[in-house]
Design a protein around this ligand. Structure first.
Ligand code: NDP
Length: 331
């Protein structure tokens, strides 16, 4: 039974040396417990924060202890009537091939509605983050211009599609020409900029947003966001979802550096963590599922194969190695 533990806290960009594979005895489920076999493992940028000791809304991982994330697992032995053998479940679980659970925090996954991995992405926390962050803070209206950074990622690719459904002009910012093409041709974004090949990103955003920016959904922070703030409209809404561009910095640059624009334009900037909107989860999931069914939203995921590749898949998030949700299929 392979288990991945945190071997050392990363300094800068994480490497494989920060993770250790241990061979542990396969646990035995007791009364009320189930034995779970991991099937699909979510890797997420926020896990980087849990590898530090910085104070946060969620406790840090401990060195020498298993890492954990959203995992779809199959019940392979059961002493719990709620979860029979063969049932697929979703939960915050350890990076282990096998583990026991008392069922607390597990939800059943209906693999007949969507692929199990969708529950880690569009039908899971990713879809909720995109939909609720955009609607509750961004409050987009038809005809407005919405800019989203990290546009080809798990959250960003859904934000753009939801904004299109609302009737907005959608401009994405992403890291490669292939991603630009995908977002424009497959997901219907109006314009997408490759921040790696655009010499003057501030000017390019101005050209892509002739009427300015009404909503900015920010997944990356840093200099990309500075460039967007230069074009912010009066009463614009800025949704602070993530700041992946600084997660690996050892000293974080100060910002926002063009905040005077936000003052002059009476803009609103608000951060959130998904649990802020917990009471809206059921209606949000229902809405997203309906859009999926109607073909208005497309599920995008990058699936890596093999338990041994979980750390690398996580590391690849920081060099843009994914389109849509990054998931590792274990078998
Ligand atoms: P993504 O699927 O977007 O993966 C990360 C992507 O970020 C990469 O594919 C890469 O794409 C981009 N990226 C990596 N490094 C940089 C950089 N230095 N500058 C610009 N872009 C970079 O991850 P998620 O969709 O899961 O998460 C997106 C953001 O949302 C993260 O910041 C995350 O922490 C945050 N988040 C916040 C939540 C909340 O409750 N507030 C909940 C969930 C996520 P590219 O090729 O375009 O560079």
């Amino acid at each position: 039974n392979r288990v991945i533990v945190l071997d050392s806290r990363p300094e800068g960009t994480p490497t494989n040396a920060n993770f250790k594979f241990e061979n542990q005895a396969q646990p035995e489920p007791k009364e009320g417990e189930v034995l779970l076999k991991a099937k699909y493992v979510s890797v997420d940028p926020y896990l980087r924060g849990r590898m530090t000791t910085a104070k946060s809304y969620i406790p840090p991982f401990e060195v020498g202890q298993p890492l954990a994330s959203g995992i779809i697992a199959e019940v392979v032995a059961s002493h719990n009537d709620k979860f029979p053998v063969g049932q697929y479940v979703n939960g915050m679980l350890q990076w282990a091939e096998y583990q026991v659970s008392d069922g607390k925090g597990l939800t059943k996954v209906d693999a007949t509605i969507a692929s199990p991995s969708a529950y880690l992405g569009v039908l899971g926390l990713t879809g909720l983050t995109a939909h609720l962050g955009l609607m509750e803070i961004g409050k987009p209206k038809a005809g407005e211009t919405v800019v989203v950074s990290g546009a080809a990622g798990a959250v960003g690719s859904i934000v753009g599609q939801v904004a299109k459904i609302i009737g907005c002009r959608v401009v994405g910012i992403a890291g490669s020409d292939e991603k630009v093409q995908y977002l424009k041709e497959k997901l219907g974004f109006d314009e997408v900029l490759n921040y790696n090949s655009t010499s003057d990103i501030t000017e390019a955003i101005g050209k892509a947003c002739p009427d300015g920016v009404d909503v900015y959904f920010d997944n990356v922070g840093g200099s990309i966001s500075d460039a967007v703030y230069a074009h912010i409209n009066r009463l614009a809404r800025i949704v602070l979802c993530g700041s992946i561009s600084v997660y690996n910095e050892t000293s974080v640059p100060m910002g926002p550096r063009v905040e005077t624009n936000l003052i002059k334009r009476s803009a609103l900037m608000q951060g959130f963590i998904l649990s802020d909107f917990a009471e809206k989860f059921p209606s949000s999931v229902q809405q997203i599922a309906q859009w999926l069914q109607e073909g208005k939203i497309k599920q995008t995921e990058t699936i890596k194969e093999g338990f041994e590749n979980i750390p690398q898949a996580f590391i690849d998030l920081f060099s843009g190695g994914n389109k849509g949700k990054m998931v590792v299929k274990v078998d």
